[in-house]
Design a protein around this ligand. Sequence first.
Ligand SMILES: [Zn+2]
Length: 413
Amino acid sequence: MLVPERVIDTRRGEVLRDRAVVVEGDRIAGLIGAADVPEGPRRIDLAGLTLLPGLSDAHAHLVGLEDDGQGYAGLVTRSGAQEALAGVRNARTTLAAGFTTVRDIGTFRAFVDVALRDAIEAGWVEGPRMLCAGAYVTCPGGGGDITGLAPDVDAVVPRELRFGVASGVDQVRATVRQILRYGADFIKVIATGAVLTSGTNPGLPEFTEAELRAAVEECELAGTFVAAHAHGAEGIKRAVRAGVRSIEHGSLMDDEAIELMAERGTYLVADMFDGDWILEQGPRLGYADEVIRKTVLTNDAQREGFRRCVKAGVRIAFGTDAGVYPHGMNARNLAYHVRYGQTPMEAIRAATFVNAELFGWSDRIGAVETGLLADLIAVPGDPSEDVTLLEDVPFVMKGGVVVKDERPKEDRP
Ligand SMILES: [Zn+2]
C-alpha cells in the first residue's frame, strides 16, 4: 500500500488528497481513503510526495543513437553486441528517471531494440516496458538511410543497417510486413528528410502518399500503427492523409497541416529539449555544421508549431528523442510543453494518459486506476504546479516492484 500526500488523476487532470493506492501483484487493486490504511510492513509512506503513473516517452532511442555527434561512425566502430549492451545501460537509466514505458522509435541496427524489449520482459535486465519500431522505413538515401557514402562502400553496407530501406508501394508493403514479422510493435516511417542525416532536407517529403498509405494499410492488417518522422509541411500532410497515428517532430508545419491533424486526431510528438541540447553541446560533441544549421532551421519553428497545435486542439503526446541527449534527462522536455502552451497538468497528461492512448495501451498504463499495471512514481512537492520536479524522481515502482527508492532517510519508516 502506497500512502502519498497527493495522487494525480491523469484521466481527469485532478490532484487527489487523502488517498492510498493498493497494489496486488503487478496491478493496482484500488484506491482507498488514507485513514483506512493499517500500519504494518506492507505500508509504504510517501509523506510529502505526489504519486502519479510512471511517465512514458513516445520517442526514445535506447539502442544505437548516441549523443556523441559522430554520425554514422558509431555504426561501423561498434558491434551489434556493443549496441545491445549500451541499450541495457540506457534502459536502466531511463527507468531510474521515472520512465516506465518507452516507445522506441528506431535503430539503424535492426531489431536490437526488439532483443532489448524481450530481455526486459523476461526479467534478464532492468528497464522500461518497450514498444519497438525494429528499423526505419525510409527511401534510399532518405533520413533513415546511411547517406553520403562512396558508391563502392555504399554497395556493401550490411543489410541489418538498412533493413527498412524501400522504394515504391510494393517494396514498402513487403518491408513493413517483414519488420512486423521480426517482432516490431509498430512501424516508423521517415516521411521527410532529417536533421541528423547528412544530405537530407527536413523540409522535403521523401515518400509519396501512396507509399505511406501502403505502410498504414499493412499496419492496420496487423493491428498496429505507423509513426511518421516528418518535419516539412508537405510531408506532414501526406502522412496525416495516409492515416499515420502520430507525427514525430512536426517542425515546419503550416495551418493546413495543423487543421488536418486536429481533424484526423493525429497525435503530435514534439521533441523540443533536444534541439537546445544540440545547439549547446554541438560544438563540444563535434556535430557537423550541417546538423547545427538544420537544428537552427527547425528549432524555433517547431516550438511555434507546437503552440499553434495546442491552440487548435491537436492531440499532444510526449516524446523527446532520447539518445540525441543523454538518457535519463527525458523529463526536461516537460518544461518545454509548458513554455509553449500547455498547463503543467496537460504536460503530465501528455506523458502518461495521452501517450497510453497513442500506444493503444490504455488498458495497461497511463493512470492510477484499478486494474492497470502498478507502474508508479513519486516526487516531492506538487508537479502539477511545477513539472521540473519530475526531472528528479526518487521513487519508482514498475509492475508492483519498487525499482528505486532514494527518498531522504527521515521519510522512511
Ligand atoms: Zn528520433
